[in-house]
Design a protein around this ligand. Structure first.
Ligand SMILES: *[C@@H]1O[C@H](CO)[C@@H](O)[C@H](O)[C@H]1NC(C)=O
Length: 192
C-alpha cells in the first residue's frame, strides 16, 4: 500500500484493464479430503475467500470446505459479516446456532448427507460429527467475500494478551483457577 493509498475496510480494486480470468479462479482442490489429525477439535476448514480469489472483492460471497474427524467438531464461532448456508456431502452432522439475548434459544438439527442448514449472520453456531467411526464433509457458502471467523473459546481464553482472570471468573461464574487452566491451553485455529 502506497503512502497515498485510500484505506478501506477490504481490498482496493485492481485496474479493470489488468483483470484476467485468473483473478476469478483458484485450483482449490476442494474435492480432496483435508487432514484433521493435527486438530484438537477434529476439524479442518478450508476457506475460499477474497484472500484466495482477488476477484471476489466487493462481490459478497465466499466458500468453505469443512472436514470433520470421527467425533470431530467445528467449535462454537461466529461470522461477523456473513450468513452461512451449509450442505453435508458425506456423513452426518449435528449442527446448531443460538439466538441473541434475552432468549438465547438453541436451534439445532441432525443433518444427513444432502441436507442444508442456515446459520444467520453474527450468531454463535457449531457443527459436530456424532459418528465415532466415519469422517464427515460439508461445503458452506457465506454471504461476504470476507466473512471473518471468531472462535468463542479462542477469543475468550486464548486472546493475546490474555483477558484478566478476574473478569473471566466473574463472567463465567467459576473459580479463577478454572479460568487460569483454560487460559493455559493452546487454542489453535482450525481454519486454513
Ligand atoms: C488442514 O489440512 C491440510 C491439508 O491436508 C493441512 O496441510 C493443514 O495443516 C490442516 N490444517 C489444520 C488446521 O488442521
Amino acid at each position: 500500500i502506497s503512502l497515498h493509498a485510500v484505506l478501506v475496510n477490504g481490498f482496493v480494486c485492481k485496474d479493470p484493464k489488468a483483470v484476467t480470468a485468473e483473478d476469478f479462479f483458484l485450483a482449490a482442490k476442494l474435492d480432496m479430503p483435508r487432514d484433521t489429525k493435527m486438530s484438537k477439535v477434529g476439524s479442518n476448514v478450508t476457506l475460499v475467500n477474497v484472500m484466495k480469489i482477488a476477484g471476489l472483492n466487493t462481490l459478497g460471497i465466499s466458500l468453505a470446505r469443512i472436514d470433520y474427524a470421527p467425533l470431530g467438531e467445528n467449535p462454537p464461532h461466529t461470522h461477523p459479516r456473513a450468513t452461512e448456508i451449509l450442505t453435508v456431502l458425506e456423513g452426518t452432522l449435528y449442527v446448531g446456532f443460538v439466538t441473541s439475548n434475552p432468549e438465547n434459544k438453541l436451534f439445532s438439527k441432525e443433518l444427513r448427507k444432502g441436507d442444508v442448514f442456515v446459520f444467520p449472520q453474527g450468531l454463535i453456531h457449531f457443527q459436530f460429527n456424532p459418528n465415532p467411526y466415519k469422517p464427515a464433509v460439508a461445503i458452506a457458502a457465506l454471504s461476504s467475500q470476507n466473512p471473518g471467523a471468531i472462535t468463542i473459546a479462542n477469543a475468550v481464553f486464548g486472546s493475546n494478551p490474555m483477558i484478566s482472570d478476574d473478569i473471566l471468573a466473574k463472567a463465567f461464574q467459576v473459580e479463577k483457577k478454572t479460568v487460569d487452566w483454560l487460559q493455559a491451553q493452546f487454542w489453535a485455529d482450525n481454519h486454513n
